[in-house]
Design a protein around this ligand. Structure first.
Ligand code: NAD
Length: 412
């Protein structure tokens, strides 16, 4: 690129190249052999037709058992599996057989593949089931991961990975010993706008990062829900939704915090927060000087935003942690004027992108991008935040012993 080009053109061109990331090429897979070609139908004055890469033949797809038929499994993941190119749902594990059969009919799963939790270990004898997707309350993640690994299955486990560092380590060890993949369902790390922003940051388009600010809040209703029971959820707002702020600060910056400060609060007398915290405010200090200031709340109207502020520009996603409809804006000074660009990076379902990354890594025997080590590191940080809130002091963190992430998802 020539040095004398005005910065505006440079940046717009760059934004254009980011938009191109959304092309299906991002997740183009080895299934090209299944492509059916048609001769062009339009005149060459029209833009060329773009088609999605084809999915794998059914028998080549990775078979998944969905374990736990709650909101995330039924409302988001099962529909996302239908758009997948590399995976197929072949079994369901649920404590409610009637619900299981209803879902099985919708997704063409045989009745015989609808299991009760007590029959979970029978998955070992079902060769069609190569992997499990665990969508249970947090306190059940460790047990169901370890049992799946022993049954010879790869594991995609929901966040938060577990309720303690000890459980996270147990899960990693069980999958390592069994020679099976363990991936934590950090969907944001597969979402197109987040990927575009990671690229922008790595390409130094925001300059040196100085601040990350984030709010993730939602107002909880039913005081009896498992999310408000400490033994099941592990904590309140922090492990459920504050986790997104921690994880985003880490994967966007590519750094690990070396000190944390935390504060927690529960309104006295509020029946919802007898066992877990209502809100948590925390600061993560990173070695480069980047500071992440975050707030998470179980009693405030839904807000799911973050802003990364660099020396030269800031980028904001609002919403940034939503299932659908996230938005990315970048603001910088161009030709002496403040200018905001809204970045487009495709509208692919982030759950499907995550599923296809997981299944693609199993098919190709490649490391996943968000393995157990990534969940373990977030758990260490959450423990330090709680410790800081308890002791009213900053808590130092040593770096993780090794890499917490595998290759970038595009590589798969
Ligand atoms: P949910 O309450 O809607 O579903 C939980 C499921 O677990 C239900 O089918 C329930 O019957 C079953 N279950 C089994 N044993 C249970 C027990 N002892 N108590 C309560 N339920 C029991 O919850 P959800 O929102 O689907 O969350 C499930 C997991 O997915 C959690 O770990 C959560 O953090 C995670 N999650 C992730 C995302 C994401 O975007 N990645 C979003 C929501 C939830």
């Amino acid at each position: 690129m020539k040095q004398d080009q005005p910065p505006r053109r440079d940046f717009l061109r760059y934004v254009g190249s980011i938009a191109a990331l959304s092309a299906p090429a991002l997740h183009a897979a080895a299934s090209e052999k299944n492509r059916v070609e048609f001769p062009p139908i339009f005149d060459k004055s029209e833009k060329p037709e773009q088609t999605e890469p084809p999915g794998d033949a059914w028998e080549e797809r990775v078979g998944v058992a969905v374990v736990g038929l709650g909101r995330i499994a039924i409302n988001e993941m099962l529909p996302a599996f239908q758009q997948s190119k590399h995976a197929k749902v072949v079994a369901l594990v649920t404590g409610d057989r009637e619900k299981g059969l209803k879902i099985a009919r919708q997704y063409h799963i045989p009745e015989s593949a609808v299991l009760d939790y007590k029959d979970y270990d029978k998955l070992a004898a079902m060769p069609d089931v190569q992997s499990v997707y665990i969508a249970l309350p947090n306190n059940m993640h460790a047990e169901y991961t370890v049992r799946a690994a022993r049954a010879g299955k790869h594991v995609l486990c929901e966040k938060p990975m577990a309720n303690s560092v000890a459980e996270c380590k147990q899960m990693i060890e069980a999958c390592r010993k069994a020679g099976r993949q363990l991936m934590i369902a950090y969907r944001s790390q597969y979402e197109s706008l987040d990927r575009a922003l990671v690229k922008m940051i790595r390409d130094k388009k925001l300059g040196v990062l100085k601040e990350f600010n984030s709010v993730n809040s939602q107002n909880m209703g039913d005081p009896q829900h498992w999310r408000l029971k400490k033994a099941l959820a592990g904590g309140g707002a922090l492990p459920d939704i504050g986790l997104y702020c921690i994880n985003a600060a880490r994967f966007l910056s590519g750094e690990e915090p070396n000190e944390v400060m935390g504060n927690i609060w529960s309104t006295p007398g509020d029946a919802r927060f007898r066992e877990v915290e209502e809100s948590c405010q925390f600061i993560l200090r990173f070695p480069s000087g980047l500071m992440a200031t975050c707030s998470t709340n179980y009693s405030a109207h839904k807000s799911q935003m973050f802003r990364v502020n660099g020396f030269e520009a800031w980028a904001e996603m609002d919403p940034g942690y939503a299932y659908h409809g996230n938005k990315l804006r970048v603001t910088r000074v161009v030709d002496g004027k403040e200018q905001t660009s809204e970045i487009q990076a495709g509208n692919k379902n982030q759950f499907t992108l995550m599923i296809d990354h997981f299944a693609g890594c199993i098919q190709q025997n490649k490391d996943v991008h968000t393995p157990g080590e990534e969940g373990l590191q977030d758990q260490r940080i959450m423990d330090a935040i709680y410790e800081s809130a308890r002791t009213r002091r900053a808590v130092k963190l040593t770096p993780p012993p090794g890499k917490t992430r595998g290759p970038e998802p595009e590589a798969s």
